[in-house]
Design a protein. Structure first.
Length: 216
């Protein structure tokens, strides 16, 4: 579950792994972990639950509650819960907002086949607040190859719409992945509302690249 994660020693770290996969854990009541480790760990947990417990998200977020009971502090409304669930699976209002914002075309390649376009979160769903999960400016409409590479931090995006080869992929790798000529796929129409999310994505991509280099 934690392979490749928790390779950097941080204060009060609950886990510390060696590059060979061995490591140790610490029993701690409450601590903080780096985004690069936390996001990846929660994504792995979510992937396992998607297979072993289909519908876990709907059950967890959309659980019916006693109508007469007071709401949990900071709990989303039923409408918000449903919107969050739909955003998690790339459906609902979040996707519609991105289709409208980008004219139903991939913002990188111009691909105009909606069935092939992915409503991709810039700041990952697993790390985002309820508001950020549904914010259309926290999203890009991408073709599958761009979505997969962006999601893994292999490519990132500057505020001016220029793509960054954060994973240091070779020209051959870029071509085989369907990402050749990144410099010609500049994204226009980015706004200051996108910038705060893009900054977080670049930071995460840099951390992932550094971790990859350490693993050798």
């Amino acid at each position: 579950m934690t392979a490749g994660l928790f390779l950097e020693r941080v204060k009060y770290s609950p886990l510390l792994n060696q590059t060979d996969g061995t490591g140790r854990g610490a029993q701690i009541y409450l601590t903080q972990i780096r985004d690069i480790d936390g996001v990846a760990l929660f994504e792995r947990i979510a992937s396992i639950l998607d297979i072993e417990k289909p519908g876990w998200l709907q059950t967890g977020i959309g659980n019916p509650v006693d109508a007469d009971a007071p709401p949990e502090p900071n709990s989303p409304t039923p409408t918000t819960r449903q919107a969050i669930i739909q955003a998690r699976v790339g459906q609902g209002q979040f996707r519609k907002d991105l289709l409208d914002l980008w004219g139903s075309k991939c913002c990188a390649t111009g691909l105009d086949i909606p069935d092939l376009l992915v409503a991709s979160h810039i700041h990952p769903w697993s790390a985002a607040s309820d508001v950020e999960k549904l914010d259309k400016f926290n999203g890009l409409l991408l073709s599958p190859a761009f979505d997969a590479a962006f999601d893994k931090g292999l490519i990132s995006l500057a505020d001016d719409g220029t793509w960054i080869n954060s994973g240091n992929l070779s020209p051959e790798q870029l071509e085989r992945a369907g990402l050749a000529n990144l410099e010609t796929c500049r994204v226009s129409m980015l706004t200051k509302d996108h910038a705060k999310y893009l900054r977080l994505h670049r930071q995460s991509a840099q951390e992932r690249a550094a971790a990859t280099i350490r693993q050798g």
